[in-house]
Design a protein around this ligand. Sequence first.
Ligand SMILES: [Zn+2]
Length: 246
Amino acid sequence: MSGASSLGRTTRLELDDSSLRAFEAVVLASDPEQGIVLDRSAFYPGGGGQPPDHGVLLWGGVQTRIVDARRRDDLWLVPLEGDPLPPVGTVLSGAIEDERRTALMRTHSGLHLLSGVVFRDFGALVTGSNMDPLSGRLDFNLDQVPEGFKEAVEAACNIEVSADRAISAYELSREEAFAIPDVIRTATNLLPASIEVVRLVDISGLDVQADGGTHVASTRQIGRLTVVKVENKGKGFRRIRVSLEG
Ligand SMILES: [Zn+2]
C-alpha cells in the first residue's frame, strides 16, 4: 500500500520513500505559536523513539529553518525562532537535513537489528529505547548476563550488518500483522483498537516490528555497530548502549 499515510491534512511522503530529501508543498496553516502545516511533507515528525527531522523551507527568496515538529490534529513544523513564516497559500520547496536524517535512519535500523539479535541469541525482550544520531540504547528484560555478553552481542550484530539483510516497510491488516510471532513479541505498546492497518518494518529473516519510523534499505547501510556499555539497572533490567561510525 502507498499514498495512504497522512497526519491530519498532511500527506507524509517519508513513509513511502525514506530516501526522499526534497519536496514541493503548499502552506495550509501558518501560526507564530504553533508553526506551519503543509499539504505534503517529508519531515519525519518524531515518534517511536526517532527524533524529528531538521531542514529548511524555501520560498519567496527567503528560508525558514525547521527545528522541530509537533503531532497534534495536524502535523505542525516548528521554525527556528525569528525565521520568517510563509503565508497560507505559499508554494514552497522543503529540504530535509540529510546528515541528521541519514544518521537517525541508520541508528533506528541498528536498534531493530540489536533487538533481533538479542532475542534470537539470548531470548530477551525489549522494554524501552532511546536514540540520537549515531547512538542509542535498548532496555531488555534479561535476568542473567553470561560471561562475554557485550562482545558476543557486538560480534553477532556485525555479522548481521555484513550479511546485508534487506530492510523493508509495508502495511498489513491488524489481523495479519498480529498473526506474525515477531510482531507480537516486539509490541511493547499495545496498538489502540482503532488502528486497523499496521505498518511493519522487516529486517529479512531477523526481526519484524510494528513501527512508524524511517529506515535504511539494508543492514550493511547501518555500518559497523559498537556495544559501548551494558548496564545493570536492577533485577532483570539490562540497558545496552550502542554507537555507530560517523
Ligand atoms: Zn523502531
